[in-house]
Design a protein around this ligand. Structure first.
Ligand code: SIN
Length: 547
């Protein structure tokens, strides 16, 4: 056994590769994509370290070419969830007892494998399976996941070092226990990094996990699981169950040993889960920790002094990168009437130039939206914008599902600041603008704060410092990630811990120590070296008595 107060390697953000023509990373990634496209991969569940096949198969299709099947995955049922929970419970004692630095080493090795051999694999899988362009894949499935793994090791070590004071004759200690039971991780399609982080953050701290990835992102989740296993994750620590959420979710959620839920997804699903947990609250062995990041109706607010060039660029990138399918994507903007005529022209011109198509063609900025349901919802919103007198379509407005689920980047002006498109989350490339009278800056800030139930991300653009101070104060609870003169997307682990409150989630900040703290249950240990041997206190002694 090794002894020591081990210092973990100091985490640094993984450098983003640029995939410029002629670069070695570009050709390696293109070869990987071609290989992935030329075969149909069979994807099993992984329970207790064993590959589990049910024969009930579902397809993994490329969203930008939905006739093309790149994988088929085996779908599980409630019985597989029960097996996964049993496997997690079986692995728990040994995993929880493993020295924390040994657990850390597994995830640090995973980070290094991902920075090298697995980089083209996870980027390629995210490009073909989730329709991300190369830069969006690189900042997600490579850099962000590497950063989550390395920084979380750093936060774990910081937690372990956080120890109480001790008075004379006493030694106080905090024992950071994993939660009692298993953690259920339910992960979204839009970030491979989140899919990797949600099961691995609790696992790092000694928990064992049942992981249910989104069916639309099983293809990349499969490679995340392979990466963790190759890094040395013991059998049963993370168990990947596949299938419909309705089929596999509820049986895990009502299990008496459920100790925590780590969720990213829709507000509706999160509320349903919370309700179910509430209804069953007396049946759990311990109160389950509920950590969720859900929707957003993220805003960009321009002050009359804003710089038009940086504002326009932030709006295009913030609203349309990854087809607006980021929880953080800009989907409403408040623009003063002094800036609107020039901004309108500038945005109209720029949006018309955005290349959209197969993301394996590195010349494209945008790919397709994830599936038919998402396409239909967005096409309906575009139709509403075209047909309602409340709206004016400034750019885009069309969609075409014939080959892939392509939704054109769309800019809409709304006469009503509280219209559906200004207040409801759509999760796609649709940005709605409300133009306000220049003199109504403060009034419009309040309107922005009240308009949606969410509180995830937002930005103020201003060259006037006092205006930025006022906006920062007025919008204090409107966004958990607030940006000054920057787009509201692209949070970096270790730099901008991510998450928001209100209907956007529990604000436990993925990529921060606050998230890691949710996966431990500290035990306070007080040791007294020479304990008293008489219950009587001095005030009880008789006059002149001494002991
Ligand atoms: C997300 O979690 O959806 C996005 C994070 C970001 O873009 O800042």
């Amino acid at each position: 056994m090794s002894c020591g107060h081990f210092k973990v390697p100091i985490p640094k953000n993984e450098p983003v590769k640029d995939y410029a023509p002629g670069s070695p990373e570009r050709s390696e990634l293109q070869e990987t994509i071609a290989r992935m496209r030329s075969a149909t991969r069979e994807i099993p569940m992984v329970i207790g370290g064993r590959e589990v096949r049910t024969g009930t198969l579902a397809d993994c299709r490329e969203p930008h070419d939905h006739a093309h099947v790149i994988g088929r995955f085996h779908q599980g049922s409630a019985a597989h969830v029960a097996d996964a929970i049993a496997a997690a419970q079986k692995a728990k004692p040994e995993w929880a007892a493993m020295p924390w630095e040994a657990r850390a080493a597994i995830f640090l090795r995973a980070a290094d494998l991902l920075a090298t051999r697995y980089r083209p694999i996870l980027n390629g899988a995210t490009i073909v399976g989730q329709s991300k362009n190369v830069m969006q894949a690189e900042i997600d499935s490579a850099c962000e996941l590497i950063d989550f793994l390395r920084y979380n090791v750093g936060y774990m070590s910081e937690i372990m070092r956080n120890q109480p004071e001790s008075g004379a004759g006493v030694w106080n200690r905090l024992d950071y226990r994993p939660l009692e039971g298993f953690v259920l991780a339910i992960t979204p399609f839009n970030f491979t990094a989140i899919a990797g982080n949600l099961p691995s953050a609790p696992a790092m701290l000694g928990n064992t996990v049942v992981w249910k990835p989104a069916s639309t992102a099983v293809y990349s989740a499969h490679f995340v699981m392979q990466l963790l296993m190759e890094a040395g994750l013991p059998d049963g620590v993370i168990n990947m169950v596949l299938g419909s959420g309705r089929e596999v979710g509820p049986s895990a959620l009502v299990h008496p040993d459920l100790a925590g839920v780590h969720f990213t997804g829709s507000t509706g699903v999160f509320r349903q889960m919370w309700r179910l947990l509430g209804d069953n609250i007396a049946d759990y062995r311990t109160y389950p920790r509920i950590v969720g990041e859900t929707g957003g109706k993220d805003f960009v607010f321009a002050h009359p002094s804003a710089d038009i060039d940086s504002l326009a660029t932030a709006l295009v990138r913030g609203a349309f990168e990854y087809q607006g399918q980021k929880c953080s994507a800009a989907s409403r903007a408040y623009i003063p009437d002094n800036l609107w005529p020039r901004l309108r022209e500038r945005l109209g011109d720029e949006i018309a130039t955005i290349p959209m198509g197969d993301p394996a063609d590195f010349g494209n900025l945008m790919g397709a939206v994830i599936d038919r349901a998402s396409f239909d919802k967005l096409a309906a919103a575009q139709r509403e914008a075209r047909e309602s007198a409340d709206y004016e379509v400034i750019a885009g407005g069309e969609s075409d599902p014939s080959k892939g689920y392509f939704v054109a980047p769309t800019l809409v002006k709304s006469a009503d600041p509280k219209s559906r498109l200004m207040s409801e989350e759509l999760f796609g490339p649709l940005l709605t603008v409300y133009v306000y009278p220049e003199r109504d800056f403060l009034k419009t800030l309040r309107l922005c704060d009240e308009t949606s139930p969410y509180g995830l991300t937002g930005a103020i653009f201003s060259r006037d410092r006092q205006a930025a101070v006022i906006a920062t104060e007025e919008l204090r609870h409107a966004a958990g990630n607030f940006y000054i003169n920057d787009k509201p997307t692209g949070a970096v682990v270790g730099q901008q811990p991510f998450g928001g409150g209100r209907a956007s989630g529990t604000n436990d900040k993925a990529g921060g120590i606050w998230n890691m703290l949710r996966w431990v249950s500290p035990r306070t240990i007080k040791e007294t070296f020479v304990p008293p041997t008489d219950y009587r206190y001095p005030h009880m002694w008789a006059q002149g008595e001494r002991r």
